[in-house]
Design a protein around this ligand. Structure first.
Ligand code: ARG
Length: 469
């Protein structure tokens, strides 16, 4: 039995029976990849112009196809484009509709092209276009931190390592620690966008074409610097998508840490910050509760982009060079991580903008013991080797906790009890008594430190890096 067309088959001649429904359903990616309709049309438009320019399509065919593609664009824009059950992916859907609209010329559209180069071209165009919006929300969050920093240069706050109070820091230093990390992500993002400069179109299935395609032409028309270096690499790998997911994973990790800090700082046991009602939720049972669900979601959901990154690395690992259908999951992972990151950056921005610091609580948390490093450094300035200085202050800390004394009294006691005590000891014990958190903060002089001069310089530097005035 010979058939011109097998029912239930979009790719014709090779098959004698229809695709099994379960395979058809799993294989179908149009629900996910229709998001790239605009880029798919742009790619087809560039391809068809190129085919015309090298004489592979007649002028009539080029104009018929272009007219059809323009009509399809209008349908998408108007929300009237109708997908059909048999549309496997966005590429097949567009070609099917083009055939309905312009007839025979549509059958020449796929000349010299594979969906393997088409899908990567679409995806790279999509990331390049949407990448700007991601950049903007990221910059928005950085700006929110800068605003907090500017209000908090002189507001003391304890710093923690291992969640143990460490030194007197400031609200500005805390805010800038986030801004500095995020500005690093911004640079990574810009690098990733700049690397989307090689056009896969014209790679075909994986080793190119026998037709005289002009890849420079399509690359230029689509705004790429050049055609991809190797047709097999640019269709059979997903490193560009991994690049995106890698940065999104890092952004997510930073957001997750912010979430954890907000949860801790907002706990009544700390009371450093108050979150607005609109960013907290109630308990179904406990009437007094104001739960930081938003911050907890920053913490929890922030971790997820790393899962998506790991998912793609795992999907591509172990594959032979050249395209395999395993790669189709890339868009599910990318779009999911992308949308989530946009939401989380926005939600994080709302939190940071709305943060109200309780200065009295912050000051009260700057306990006298936070002057320990100051004391050790003063001993160093008086000529002691640092390890000796560390030892003397350590003795004072121990005496303090054993005898229930504050650092100044404990240090004075230790100095008085040892006849080999450092000479500067007595003077420093007195200086320590009057020392405030503000003094400790102002005394930090190194670049990048929490000292107000440093945090002011950091604000200027971050502003410059985000391209602000
Ligand atoms: N929908 C496919 C994907 O996203 C397009 C490429 C299909 N290529 C193929 N040879 N079946 O990966």
């Amino acid at each position: 039995m010979s058939q011109a067309h097998t029912p239930g088959r979009s790719l014709g001649g090779r098959f004698a029976e229809a695709t099994d429904p379960i395979l058809e359903r799993i294989n179908r990616s149009v629900d996910v990849d229709q998001r790239m309709w605009s880029q798919d049309l742009a790619g087809s438009m560039a391809h068809v112009q190129m085919l015309g320019s090298v004489g592979l399509l007649s002028e009539d065919d080029v104009s018929a196809i272009s007219r059809g593609l323009t009509a399809i664009r209008s349908e998408f824009e108007a929300g009237t484009f109708a997908f059909e059950e048999a549309d496997e992916d966005i590429h097949m859907a567009v070609e099917r509709r083009l055939t309905e609209l312009v007839g025979q010329p549509a059958r020449r559209l796929h000349t010299g092209r594979s969906r393997n180069d088409q899908v990567m071209t679409d995806l790279m165009l999509w990331m390049r276009e949407e990448g700007e919006a991601m950049r903007e929300v990221l910059v928005g969050l950085i700006e929110a931190f800068l605003t907090q920093a500017q209000a908090g240069h002189d507001t003391p706050m304890p710093s923690f390592t291992h969640l143990q109070p460490a030194q007197v820091s400031s609200v500005a230093q805390w805010a800038l620690s986030h801004a500095a990390e995020l500005v690093g992500h911004l640079r990574r993002w810009d690098d990733f966008l700049a690397r989307l400069d090689q056009c896969p179109l014209g790679s075909g299935a994986s080793v190119g074409s026998y037709l005289p395609l002009d890849r420079q032409h399509t690359a230029k028309a689509l705004g790429f610097a050049r055609p991809s270096l190797n047709a097999m690499a640019s269709t059979g790998g997903r490193t560009e998508v991994m690049d995106a997911l890698g940065v999104l994973a890092m952004i997510g990790s930073s957001i997750s840490r912010l979430g954890e800090e907000l949860v801790i700082f907002a706990s009544p046991l700390f009371g450093f910050i108050r979150l607005p009602d609109r960013l907290t939720t109630g308990s179904s049972l406990l009437p007094q509760k104001r739960n930081p669900d938003g911050a907890e979601l920053l913490r929890g959901e922030g971790k997820m982009a790393a899962q998506d990154f790991a998912g793609l690395v795992s999907a591509t690992s172990g594959l032979l060079s050249g395209y395999a259908k395993d790669l189709q999951c890339d868009k599910t992972l990318l779009f999911r991580a992308w949308d989530r990151t946009t939401d989380l950056l926005t939600l994080a921005g709302l939190h940071v903008e709305a943060l109200a610091f309780d200065e009295a609580k912050l000051r009260a948390a700057c306990k006298p013991s936070l002057a320990s490093l100051w004391l050790a450094d003063q001993l160093v300035l008086s000529g002691l080797p640092f390890r000796r200085a560390h030892h003397w202050v350590g003795l004072a800390a121990r005496a303090g906790s054993e005898r229930g004394l504050e650092l100044a009294e404990a240090f004075a006691a230790v100095i008085a009890e040892h006849d080999d005590a450092p000479e500067a000891g007595e003077r420093l014990a007195k200086e320590l008594t009057g020392l405030t958190p503000d003094d400790l903060l102002a005394g930090l002089a190194t670049e990048g430190s929490a000292g107000p001069e440093s945090t002011r310089a950091q604000v200027v530097a971050v502003r410059e890096m985000i391209g602000g005035a």
